[in-house]
Design a protein around this ligand. Sequence first.
Ligand code: NOJ
Length: 546
Amino acid sequence: MQQYWWQSTVVYQVYPRSFNDTNRDGIGDLPGIIEKLDYLQELGIGAIWLSPVYQSPNEDNGYDISDYQAVMAEFGDMADLERLIAEAKQRGIRIIMDLVVNHTSDEHGWFVEARQSKANPYRDYYVWADPAADGGVPNQLQSTFSGSAWQYDDTSQQYYLHLFSQKQPDLNWQNPQMRQAIYDMMNFWIDKGIGGFRLDVIDLIGKQPAQGITGNGPELHHYLQEMNQATFGNRDLLTVGETWGATPAIAKLYSAPERHELSMVFQFEHVGLDEQPGKSKWDLQALRISELKRVFAKWQTELGDQGWNSLFWNNHDLPRIISRWGNDGQYRVKSGKMLAILLHMLKGTPYIYQGEEIGMTNRVVHDISEVADVESRRMYAERLANGYSPADILHSINVKGRDNARTPMQWDATEQAGFTTGQPWLAVNPNYATINVAAALVDPDSLFYTYQKLIRLRQNNPIMVWGSFELLATAESVFAYKRRYQNETWLVVNNFSNEPQQIDLPAEKVETVIIQNDETELTSLANLQLTPWQSFVVKVAESDDN
Ligand code: NOJ
């Protein structure tokens, strides 16, 4: 089987707006990322997933692009971006560009043209429909950001489709000229020496709105194969698609190498486990660890030898994992280490979201005026109109809102966490005085060094990259599994709870401790009482009948 660089690397996601501000406007920028490349090299990552830095009016923080070939002025200019690519390369780090091709901004030149008239040559780059017989919306499709997915346009008296905000009109992938324009643009970026693409909501490009189909449309894989051939197909690039509805069978369609589509996808099955089934992300329920184990085990085994997994707890759309499924109080660092070890020991490419490596937590808001995110703000207005109480809605936002991940990166204990010397665009988390990079770097027991060690282990141990996976039967709150590769076996044990837990693995003869998050002596695994959030990986000797 052919092996690729992206199978044994670890990717770090930078959300530029919140990473590091060098010109005091309160907004992170490209020179700010360059300034921190040595830090990222020290961590050991091999690639940066760069959230969108293209020109954008920022309805959705850059996920609404108004010019694919220009850099957002707040972030810098093209020369800065070229310097970032070159400086990163010198440190062995590739830049993965986040690319949004399901939709553009309504301020993109194509849409400005398209809405001029039905006869405009760009009209068909977007999705238009006549009003229904009663003059209302063409059908019941809903926007992810609340309300109808259709927006009426006075000039031509038709509706256009926006699966996100009305300032994010959907592109019409059925139009071959539009597709070619996208491929040309992608080649412009490939020629700049980037390391790949993260493709935003790529599962939506095969949409057939008239039939009410959005995700996984019939032409989706045809478009991706065409894109692959026209752009990155013969290049050594990492491509990762964001695919909310993927099952393992669907993920194989995207990532089986012989199909020539993408390197891998982000699947979100685990992410939905604390949501009430069939409802929205805001309708909360407690996580059941048994479900988490079942879902991870399914993806590990079903994508075992075909396709490739991506591994993540966090990104710019998700709450901070330590606040979500760990313990952001007494066990913040310990639960953070457990979550890191659990994830990085799985098979697939791990992704770290900025601040995860120092254990950043959710930031609590008390009023909607403190919320910047378009998704949360729209949901708030909609639910308020539907009779929910402000306290209920704010609770959902505090648990699941996207601003949780977007508060500025906490670099040190100086004012504004060292992120800016101006006023940050979004308030910093008040816990920056204790949770910050400077503090983590001087503490050999910090979470940072657990991440660093996990990355180094991956580089030096093919078992982490290629080993098979087996889930072990244990108590509900213990997540234990084995990886096996060429006569070597690693046992990974995690206590996913605030309470001690018992395990009993008398047959396992510990040869070496690979990594652990406390001081427990691990000579025998018979009747072992795990401490809260304890995590360890040991190399074990397996007898033949094991
Ligand atoms: C997914 C992105 O991750 C999210 O931040 C964005 O709002 C939507 N796609 C729309 O582009």
